[in-house]
Write a protein that binds this ligand. Structure first.
Ligand code: ATP
Ligand code: MG
Length: 364
């Protein structure tokens, strides 16, 4: 995937700006509050996804304007394509986010999901290492939804049965035929849960070695990253999950909710054999998340046949010189955008420099 040109009009603080990125690395430089993240967010919106900051549509339109317009020329495979995305304010003719792909009206922006693909890193993603298991499951599930269309359905069905079973466990004593109903729910949990676990395990088989290789490169070979899936039982084995559910039945009845299954799983992220969450330094945690994000992009590239564009926001802070230099010089062949406040970045990168200043974009 390669973005060749992006023109934005009345988008956040960018009233009229044109970005012509390099095929490989583009470094967006500028002081705080100038529009660097805004520009990355604009590229991200071309994916049809939500804003990576979770912003509402109205926040994307430059204050005082009615519409924000993003016009992009990009290549998927070797095929040149164009996206024109409009964000309309409430009460205008076309409110919300709508899109034209290669000149044809495609309605809502989400309808073109999968056409232009990107993987974004922003500082909130540090919760992947620092935060609870929920964020790590979300990381896996979000990636799998992009790669396998059937995954979302299996995961939703699984979670729906978990909710139904939770309701039953709470009212078990007063539910006639509760025993039979519990059996039915457990059978459904085995069917859908196994599918979720099999996909997660398969994904981690690809992701973990790629993330480890990235981490080794970022740390110049000094440290080792390991990502381990902690499944509740042998992943993908219906017998194992069924046995596990039988084993916890009485404890679940006492607790009043589901105690085991893919909705309770986690990933272990180890740096040099120690828990990254507990012992990792800020820079190590950042390097670990970054390695996982870059690996997410390369696995998507392998599965979908098209490597997503990488958007790395504020990734350099807290990294030492060697790690920064790696990111500013060693990212090759895959199109990548990195933001920095460091005005001396030009001396340290072989990428294309673009200066962002009060919402204007100027090539270095
Ligand atoms: N809808 C909008 N209309 C006008 N300006 C906006 C809008 N939304 C955000 N801004 C402005 O954009 C600026 C922030 O831009 P951005 O987050 O891209 O900065 P940045 O260059 O990434 O800075 P930092 O280095 O601090 O991360 C703020 O000054 C903010 O007020
Ligand atoms: Mg920023």
């Amino acid at each position: 995937m390669r973005l060749n040109r992006l023109a934005v009009t009345d988008y956040r603080n960018l009233s009229a700006a044109v970005l012509e990125p390099a095929p490989q690395l583009t470094v967006l430089c500028g002081a705080n509050g100038q529009g660097k993240t805004n520009l990355l967010e604009a590229v991200w919106l071309l994916t049809g996804g939500k804003s990576f900051r979770g912003a509402k549509d109205a926040e994307l339109i430059r204050r005082g304007a009615d519409f924000a317009v993003l016009e992009a020329a990009f290549e998927a495979g070797d095929r040149p394509q164009e996206i024109r995305l409009t964000v309309g304010a409430k009460g205008t003719q076309r409110p919300g986010r709508t899109v034209r792909l290669n000149g044809a009206d495609r309605g809502r922006a989400a309808s073109i999901a999968g056409t232009f693909t990107a993987v974004a890193f922003d500082p909130n993603h540090l919760s992947l290492v620092k935060g609870g298991p929920e964020g790590r499951r979300h990381f896996l599930d979000a990636a799998l939804c992009q790669l396998y269309p059937g995954y979302l359905a299996a995961e939703r069905r699984y979670l729906r049965v978990v909710a139904q079973k939770n309701a039953l466990l709470k009212a078990y004593d007063i539910t006639p035929g509760g025993d039979v109903l519990l059996e039915t729910y457990n059978e459904a949990l085995v069917t859908y849960g196994c599918e979720v676990m099999r996909r997660r395990a398969g994904y981690l088989d690809q992701l973990a070695p790629a993330a480890a290789a990235n981490y080794r490169d970022i740390s110049s070979g000094a440290e080792k990253l390991e990502i381990q899936y902690c499944p509740c039982c042998d992943p993908g084995s219906p017998e194992a999950l069924a046995a596990k559910l039988r084993e916890v039945k009485n404890t679940e009845l006492r607790a009043g909710f589901c105690l085991t299954g893919p909705h309770r799983e986690d990933l272990e992220i180890l740096i040099d054999g120690q828990s990254g969450k507990i012992y990792g330094s800020q820079g190590q945690q950042r390097s670990a998340v970054l390695s996982m994000k870059l690996a997410e992009a390369s696995v998507a590239g392998e599965v979908l046949g098209e490597h997503p564009v990488m958007l790395l926001d504020d990734v350099l802070s807290e990294l030492d010189d060697a790690r920064q230099t790696y990111l500013l010089t060693r990212i090759e062949d895959k199109q990548t955008f990195v933001t920095t406040c460091d005005s001396a970045a030009f001396a340290r990168t072989n990428g294309k420099l673009v200066f962002v200043d009060h919402g204007t974009v100027r090539e270095g």
